[in-house]
Design a protein around this ligand. Structure first.
Ligand code: PMP
Length: 410
């Protein structure tokens, strides 16, 4: 394991005077907090002996039934027995990797890929082979070529890790046609698909795409989460896996944490039962869309010679810097300029990607986003000037590797 290369800077970035476009923290301000408090208090008052007790390693039957209902929105027809409740989908990623990976095994993942998944893969000493994505997501032809090449090299590819909807960090969504192609390719190469889908219900302009798990149940391990559609603080996510894998997942889960939090599970059960959660998700879509619009219009105004995509859901815009700039070496200047982003290097196993940065529009409001991009444009101008004159960037030397809140790299 190793600390993320940008960890130290995030200690500074989380100061209040810095506009952070770096983290993946959802906006919780619109949640009905008083109602949630009441529901939670009732759970403890009436069922406290259960809520505060240990529970089943697989998770509570009632919540697993409700999770099955949530997944129907993306076309998934699963049985509650197929579901394993986890401590966020991050833990599901950890358990799946633990089950499948021996040191040196290969995981194929999009280029770029979610930084938190890469850090799990690294901790189990996997090798990661990246496959390019474009505006329609993972490129199937390149996936096929990569799997063919790896087989010829005698490498053991254990699974494909993919984020099909509103990708973190690239913002793109895998097209319907490609979903079928990716499934066909992985089946032909006997490679399991790990479909990581925390953002699928957060589309802005259309109904959710069918999950790959809705087309294929044996070859897909599906990961879901309440973190982005409800609240990450409960730390409740889940995995849906074919029978044999699911049994092992429960054993791995028990050895890791005995059982996922009963109190969290029961609070979420109460929320899903008593609150119009579908309407809440619709409200989130409207709110995030407005923040996305603010970010895109500020980018057009302040950083016209950068390039970016316009995501139609999720939290992130993936920005290509004007030529000659390096997002990692520019970060200290950005933080002194009171704006933070995540450098592209965090999202590649080999640390490439310095020509990109990830900007999150989930947490700051529209006015703050605009101010953040305005500051960023000043940083980019100063950096350009410095690169032109000195050919390099002066480094910030007063940053120490102190404790930082985890979500800033989520
Ligand atoms: N997968 C992806 C793609 C994510 O973006 C995140 C959080 N940023 C996670 C998994 C983990 O989320 P959680 O553990 O809160 O469910």
């Amino acid at each position: 394991m190793r600390a993320s290369e940008v960890r130290a800077l995030f200690a500074v970035a989380s100061r209040p005077e810095v506009v952070s476009l770096a983290g993946g923290m959802p906006n919780l301000a619109d949640l009905p907090l008083a109602d949630i408090a009441e529901l939670t208090a009732k759970v403890i008052a009436t069922e406290g002996m259960t809520a505060l007790q240990y529970g089943s390693g697989q998770g509570r039957p009632q919540l697993r039934e409700q999770i099955v209902e949530v997944m129907k929105l993306e076309g998934i027809d699963a049985h509650p027995d197929d579901v394993v409740v986890t401590t966020g989908s991050q833990q599901a990623l950890d358990l799946v990797t633990r089950l499948f990976i021996d040191p040196g095994d290969v995981i194929v993942a999009e280029a770029p890929s979610y930084v938190g998944a890469l850090s799990v893969f690294r901790s189990y000493e996997a090798e990661v082979e990246h496959v390019r994505l474009d505006a329609d997501g993972l490129v199937p032809e390149e996936l096929d070529e990569t799997l063919t090449r790896l087989a010829a090299e005698g490498k053991r590819v254990k699974f494909l890790y993919t984020i099909p909807n509103f990708h973190n960090p690239a913002g793109v969504t895998l097209s319907l046609e490609r979903r079928h192609q990716v499934i066909e390719i992985c089946k032909r190469h006997h490679v399991v698909i790990v479909e990581d889908n925390p953002y699928g219900l957060l589309g802005f302009d259309r109904e959710p795409m069918p999950a790959m798990r809705s087309f294929e149940d044996e070859g897909v391990i599906y990961l879901g989460s309440f973190s982005k559609t409800f609240a990450p603080g409960y730390r409740v996510g889940w995995a849906v896996a074919p029978h044999a894998v699911r049994e092992k997942l429960v054993l791995a889960q028990e050895s890791a944490i005995l059982s996922p939090s009963h109190a969290s599970q029961m609070s979420i059960e109460a929320y899903l039962t008593n609150h119009d959660w579908k309407k809440q998700i619709k409200d989130f879509q409207v709110m995030y869309k407005s923040r996305r619009d603010a970010m895109i219009s500020a980018l057009s105004e302040y950083l016209p010679d950068a390039e970016w995509n316009v995501p139609d859901g999720g939290f992130y815009v993936w920005v290509k810097l004007p030529p000659g700039l390096d997002s990692k070496t520019m970060l200290p200047r950005a933080v002194t300029g009171r704006v933070a982003y995540t450098p592209g290097t965090a999202f590649f196993y080999d640390g490439t990607g310095a020509d990109h940065m990830r900007l999150s529009f989930c947490y700051p409001d529209e006015v703050t986003i605009r101010e953040g991009i305005r500051r960023l444009s000043a940083v980019v101008s100063a950096e350009r000037e410095s690169v032109e004159i000195f050919g390099t960037t002066p480094q910030l030397d007063d940053v120490t590797d102190t404790d930082i809140p985890g979500p800033d790299i989520a």
